[in-house]
Design a binder for this molecule. Structure first.
Ligand code: SF4
Length: 280
């Protein structure tokens, strides 16, 4: 049974060290999607949420009021929503903290970069349409196979719903991207699995960003529930495996005409690289 804790915060925007992002905004701490590969608990300062990941969510109830004050004095830039937890996890349906924060940011001239696994993001399509050019939306899709997704991302909406949400954003003329990550040895690293996601991104004209499993403490143990041995998972840290996955993804991107980029690179690099590889 999920537990919710209301807290007050002193700040809303954090400086971000990620490429393309100037700030990070996380309306919630803790995430009910409960993905087995998640390493966000290591970066969560609420111990209760970190230690009971997938069961406890801290709701930053005064976030929007604090944000209203902060935006007046901050230099305009790109805000990642969210960088540690999913901003459209189930609690957002009632709380609407993400929606209200995005409204404030857009009203004050910031660019908003949203990443989620939930089609609840569709509820806020009107905001993106009204501020086209200042919003981009990324949906994480690790596999198109619903059973595999349920195994590794037990409480997140199934891949088909995520893709439908992304398609609607794309058709509305909003910049979109697919996050194919993490690629996990023995789970979603097969060519057919990768091709399904690449093809879907290409069909929508969405940039494909890919990333590999990071074997942070505790992750191998959790992924054991998906039936993958620690030995198999260890391949994720090997250069050979990463090179093979990267070559496969890049080949598929060229085959399907998808723009692609490794994670943690400016998105522009992916566009330039794909164009170069395809001779464009
Ligand atoms: S949706 Fe993201 S933050 Fe939430 S559990 Fe999954 S990986 Fe972690």
């Amino acid at each position: 049974m999920a537990r919710y804790v209301r807290v007050k915060v002193k700040s809303a925007l954090q400086r971000s060290g990620l490429p393309d992002l100037d700030y990070a905004l996380n309306p919630y701490a803790g995430c009910l999607h409960g993905c087995l590969y998640c390493y966000a608990p290591l970066y969560t300062r609420y111990r209760d949420a970190a230690e009971n990941w997938g069961q406890v969510v801290y709701i930053k109830e005064n976030l929007v009021e604090v944000l209203e004050r902060e935006v007046r004095s901050r230099r305009r830039g790109v805000v990642g929503v969210a960088t540690i937890t999913d901003p459209y996890q189930p609690v957002e349906r009632e709380e609407r903290l993400t929606r209200r924060a995005v409204e404030v940011l857009l009203r004050h001239g910031f660019h908003v970069s949203i990443q989620t696994k939930s089609d609840l993001v569709l509820r806020d399509l009107d905001l993106a349409e009204a501020h086209r050019g200042r919003v981009d939306v990324g949906l994480t899709v690790t596999t198109l196979d619903a059973d595999t997704a349920r195994l590794i991302e037990p409480a997140a909406p199934p891949p088909a719903r995520r893709l439908r949400a992304l398609r609607e954003y794309s058709e509305a003329g909003v910049e979109t991207w697919v996050f194919l990550g993490p690629v996990i040895p023995g789970i979603n690293d097969g060519p057919e699995s990768l091709e399904g996601v690449v093809e879907a991104a290409a069909e929508m004209g969405a940039l494909l960003i890919y990333d590999y499993l990071r074997l942070k403490p505790g992750i191998a143990e959790r992924l054991a529930a998906a039936g993958v041995s620690e030995e198999t998972l260890r391949a994720a840290s090997s250069r050979r495996w990463r090179r093979r996955v990267e070559e496969t993804i890049r080949g598929l991107c060229v085959k399907h005409g998808a723009l692609c980029s490794p994670a943690f690179q400016p998105k522009r690099v992916g566009r330039d690289l794909t164009s170069f590889l395809s001779g464009g």
